[in-house]
Design a protein around this ligand. Structure first.
Ligand SMILES: [Zn+2]
Length: 253
């Protein structure tokens, strides 16, 4: 009888196109709080919707005050063993791509190819001007917020600046979503890591892959609606599990 970890190593060795799907659980291992969870940001503050952000200066200031908390943790956050294992997995040469619900950019910092990463909810490491579309690194806005600018405007056109993320009430980027669905159809192994698989439409991606005959492996600390559907479900830390799996794979090659 193979253990779950041995079985996962076998799946990876036999796969040709591996798709990785990550959620908040992989970032909590880097000290980024899961803002959807109990005690998280959205539990303590009423989230500002995209529509409110567009029309109300007061709501924009409230939004940026909440964002400051995330920026503070972003300053010190480093990729963890899970992110590094995924970057190492890419070296096997069969990674289709990484689809993430996370906005922290830690996977890129771990050394994964940015062209193979789809950020479904955008990136908090960038800001975008809602008028001229200019995209900039987050640090500029962070400095302006710290110096007392409650809701910074674009230097170029005076438009409203916003983190380049998908807010409540804002649709996903259709091109990013279409690409994610295409990848789900092309993969033969999907590893869902640290996602509760409940936020739609993102959570449908692992289901689609499984329905098109890919193997589905779920590693997360909680239960998910797809557990019964998965070929392997492991309730444990992602960094720990992936490191063990990589060691097994290295021993076999
Ligand atoms: Zn602008």
């Amino acid at each position: 009888m193979l253990t779950a970890i041995e079985k996962l190593a076998q799946f990876i060795l036999h796969a040709k196109e591996i798709l990785i799907f990550t959620g908040a659980g992989i970032s909590t291992e880097s000290g980024i709080s899961d803002y959807r969870s109990k005690g998280g940001l959205w539990d303590r503050f009423q989230p500002v919707t995209f529509q409110e952000f567009l029309v109300s200066q007061e709501k924009r200031e409230q939004y940026w005050r909440q964002k400051m908390e995330l920026y503070e943790s972003l300053e010190n956050a480093q990729p963890n063993a899970g992110h590094k294992a995924i970057a190492e997995l890419e070296q096997l040469g069969k990674l289709k791509g990484i689809i993430t619900q996370n906005i922290d950019g830690l996977q890129q910092l771990a050394g994964s190819d940015p062209n193979k990463i789809l950020e479904l909810h955008g990136s908090t490491r960038e800001t975008i001007c809602l008028s001229c579309g200019e995209i900039k690194p987050w640090q500029e806005v962070y400095e302006r917020l710290k110096s007392g600018d409650g809701a910074p405007l674009c230097y170029r056109c005076k438009g409203i600046l916003k983190p380049n993320t998908i807010s409540f009430g804002q649709p996903l980027n259709p091109e990013v979503l279409a690409k994610a669905i295409e990848w789900a159809g092309d993969c033969d192994l999907l590893l869902a890591l640290g996602s509760t698989l409940v936020v739609e439409p993102a959570a449908s991606i692992p289901r689609m892959a499984k329905q098109q005959d890919a193997k589905l492996v779920i590693v997360t600390l909680s239960e998910t609606p797809l557990d019964a559907f998965a070929d392997i479900k492991i309730e444990n830390g992602i960094g720990k599990i992936l490191s063990e799996v990589l060691n097994l794979i290295k021993a076999k090659r």
